[in-house]
Design a protein. Structure first.
Length: 117
């Protein structure tokens, strides 16, 4: 099983980034996919989640209207489009796969997002 995040980097406030998470080794369409983030000295928090077929999404209040989660089950990939980035969005962003009917899940290795001028 692998979850490989990409697309992080350094961006100025107000800028945009698109994160990708490529999955392999499990049946992607049977999993709810989420993005979490963890800033230095803070707990890991849920940013956004999307249902197994993409029909339902939810977001943290802090990112509503700025971030969009999507998935392409044909490509086994989940995305996080991040617009109007703020310095407080700076964190390591992690991809997480949770099975629809089972316990446990899989984490990616994380990708750093830094918002700074």
């Amino acid at each position: 099983v692998q979850l490989v995040e990409s697309g992080g980097g350094l961006v100025q406030p107000g800028g945009s980034l698109r994160l990708s998470c490529a999955a392999s080794g499990f049946t992607f369409s049977n999993y709810v996919m989420s993005w979490y983030r963890q800033a230095p000295g803070k707990e890991r928090e849920l940013v956004a989640a999307i249902s197994s077929v993409g029909g339902s999404t939810n977001y943290a209040d802090s990112v509503k209207g700025r971030f969009t989660i999507s998935r392409d089950n044909a490509k086994n990939t989940v995305y996080l489009q991040m617009n109007s980035l703020k310095p407080e969005d700076t964190a390591v962003y992690y991809c997480y796969a949770r099975p629809i009917i089972a316990t446990g899940g899989y984490w990616g290795q994380g990708t750093q997002v830094t918002v700074s001028s």
